[in-house]
Design a protein. Structure first.
Length: 143
């Protein structure tokens, strides 16, 4: 059995980076909290939680990954931007009701559903950061 954490993070980075377009601009996606200065809108892949769902033939892991969406706003408190970005992400991961394999030769990775969605805004006076975390549930099968 192999650890799936890095594989799912890399699969999500490959799929999302350069493809999340909002108002004509690509929103950067980071695999961890960035150490550089970030733009006013960005995405961070957060916690990965795994639990085994093995069968007699394959190693299978039920995995949740958090996608943290940030949008800095000046004197404005508008959650619709992070909601719109979440919709773009969901359409990339799950464009149809059929499961899509976003994995590689080592793992089949199937985003199944959005299992959670929550707001965690950051209020800093004139600057407000609209923040939304969506959790995606995945089935990962080791090849």
């Amino acid at each position: 059995m192999l650890d799936t954490t890095n594989y799912i993070r890399q699969a999500y980075l490959t799929l999302l980076n350069g493809n999340v377009i909002y108002n004509g601009k690509s929103i950067p996606v980071y695999g961890q909290v960035p150490s550089e200065t970030v733009p006013d809108k960005y995405i961070v892949l957060g916690s990965v939680n795994e639990s085994p769902d093995n069968n007699n033939h394959k190693f299978v892991t039920d995995t949740d990954i958090d996608i943290d969406i940030f949008c800095e706003q000046y004197r404005n408190r508008d959650l619709s931007v992070v909601d719109d970005i979440a919709s773009i992400i969901l359409n990339l991961l799950m464009p149809t009701t059929a499961l899509q394999n976003i994995g590689n030769a080592t793992f089949q990775i199937f985003p199944k559903s959005r299992s959670a969605s929550r707001y965690l805004p950051i209020d800093g006076g004139d600057f407000y950061v609209a923040r939304k975390i969506i959790t995606i549930n995945n089935s990962i099968i080791q090849n």
